[in-house]
Design a protein around this ligand. Structure first.
Ligand code: NAD
Length: 431
């Protein structure tokens, strides 16, 4: 099949490369000319395990990129909208980019003779596909939904860092369409994958995505709340969750307490669902608590550091880990951002290290120091915060010897507490 993908970020570039791998002809559309150039050169615009190989294999053959909507729509049968859906000031979803992409897509569909299917893949709150995207496409194309073009919502559930694997091995594929013709066209794209397709309507598909992410975020905040209580009572929360997680109704995943969740999805999606609930006059108490527990966690790490080394003014603090999680260079909503902000507010000298994400963080904090290794960051440090679960932090040992004061505040349960050396003042955030 012939597919165009609007937006070549995490979701768009991974979907494009994977659809090409599944045997489809793919055209990426992006307004960022640099991303267009990179994709045409077989270079992924983001880092994802396995993406480089796929891009290199398919570029200039069945995977090309352009900024020309007309060309892409004329030469494809379906267009996926994969642009960003950031939060606005009050946390509700900002649909500005979706509207702009829908308008451009509508204009291009207006110039096409044949039937075309529009597929919303960006995460959007319920009713957006039917009440925002569909009318915009009709307005700008002068065509009628259901007759001249189809519309479907196909949420994406990939995990950053494992996005290619997740796309090729999904545990669910959800297609919410306005009619059978659109829904069938979308599910055909996934025919080669070993996964049943859930067919539903667009608003249910939109809700499934939000409920998925909000539930996982809720599990994390629940684990953090329990962890905070356990720490006060001298109970190992990991031991608690290991036992509780054996209950098949609960499951152990996402019960690791720590510095909280970040990334481009969980914080934004929980806030967007809160915004949607408010818009229909429902007060989402539980979801609000999920966010407030999460906001508190990184600041707890600074409090623990202060308990150990006192006032932070002029103290050198090593921040290990800047990405929102391991195996990605993505720093969006990373818990290290509020942690560094608080350290700077209190007058600390911050020395940061991350195996992948330092360049991204330099755009937010250009004035702090960055090192090439964790060992360098620890030299002469008065304290250290572990913010991301990079595997290499597990192996840190003699590197702590170079610290001026060996205080380690662990936000990710990275150091084996049973084997910790007695000369290291080790503090777990919830344990
Ligand atoms: N990142 C994830 O892990 C993930 C997972 C599931 C769902 N999602 C959702 O998918 C959507 C996209 O997220 P992302 O992380 O890939 O975003 P991103 O910001 O990485 O990428 C968006 C891309 O769209 C391009 N763009 C902006 N306006 C455009 C326009 N008018 N026409 C064409 N291209 C345009 C940008 O240049 C950028 O390359 C969001 O709704 C997000 O919530 C993301």
């Amino acid at each position: 099949m012939r597919v165009s993908i609007i937006g070549s970020g995490y979701v768009g570039s991974v979907s494009a490369a994977c659809f090409a791998e599944l045997g489809h002809e793919v055209i990426c559309i992006d307004i960022d000319e640099e991303k267009v150039r990179q994709i045409n050169a077989g270079i992924p615009p983001i880092w994802e395990e396995g993406l480089g190989e796929l891009m290199d294999k398919h570029a200039e053959k069945d995977l090309i990129a352009t900024s020309d909507y007309d060309y892409a729509v004329q030469n494809s049968d379906l267009s996926f909208i994969c642009v960003g859906t950031p939060s606005d000031e009050d946390g509700s979803i900002d649909l500005g980019i979706v509207r702009a992409a829908s308008a451009s897509l509508g204009k291009a569909i207006g110039k096409k003779e044949h039937y075309h299917v529009v597929v919303m893949k960006s995460t959007v709150v319920p009713e957006t596909t039917e009440k925002v995207v569909l009318p915009l496409i009709e307005e700008y194309s002068g065509k009628q939904a259901g007759r001249d073009f189809g519309i479907a919502m196909n949420p994406e559930f990939l995990r950053e860092g494992k996005a290619v694997y997740d796309f090729m091995h999904p545990d669910k594929i959800v297609v919410g369409a306005i009619d059978k013709r659109s829904g069938f066209a979308v599910s055909e794209l996934y025919r080669e994958l070993d996964c049943e397709v859930t067919h539903t309507n667009p608003r249910t598909a939109e809700m499934i995505k939000y409920v998925n992410n909000s539930f996982l975020a809720t599990k994390i905040s629940f684990a953090n709340e329990v962890g905070n209580i356990c720490k006060q009572l001298d109970i190992d929360t990991y031991e608690v969750m290991d036992a509780v997680g054996t209950d098949f109704r609960i499951e152990r995943n996402f019960l690791n307490s720590g510095a909280g969740f970040g990334g481009s999805c969980f914080p934004k999606d929980v806030k967007a669902l809160i915004g949607k609930a408010m818009a229909i006059s429902y007060e989402p108490e539980l979801l609000r608590s999920v966010v407030s527990v999460n906001d508190r966690q990184p600041l707890k790490m600074i409090e623990l550091l202060q308990d150990k080394i006192g006032e932070l003014k002029g103290k050198r603090v090593a921040v290990l880990g800047l990405a929102f999680k391991n195996d990605t260079d993505d720093i969006r909503e990373s818990r290290s951002i509020p942690a560094i902000a608080e350290l700077l507010r209190l007058g600390a000298d911050v020395v940061a290290y991350d195996p992948m994400a330092a360049e991204s963080m330099k755009k937010i904090y250009p004035a702090i120091a960055y090192t090439d290794t964790a060992a360098q960051a620890l030299v002469d440090a008065d304290g250290c915060l572990i913010m991301t679960e990079w595997g290499e932090f597990k192996a840190l040992d003699s590197e702590f010897d170079a610290m001026a004061d060996r205080v380690v505040i662990d936000g990710r349960h990275m150091v084996n507490t049973k084997n910790i050396r007695s000369d290291i003042d080790y503090v777990g955030i919830c344990w």
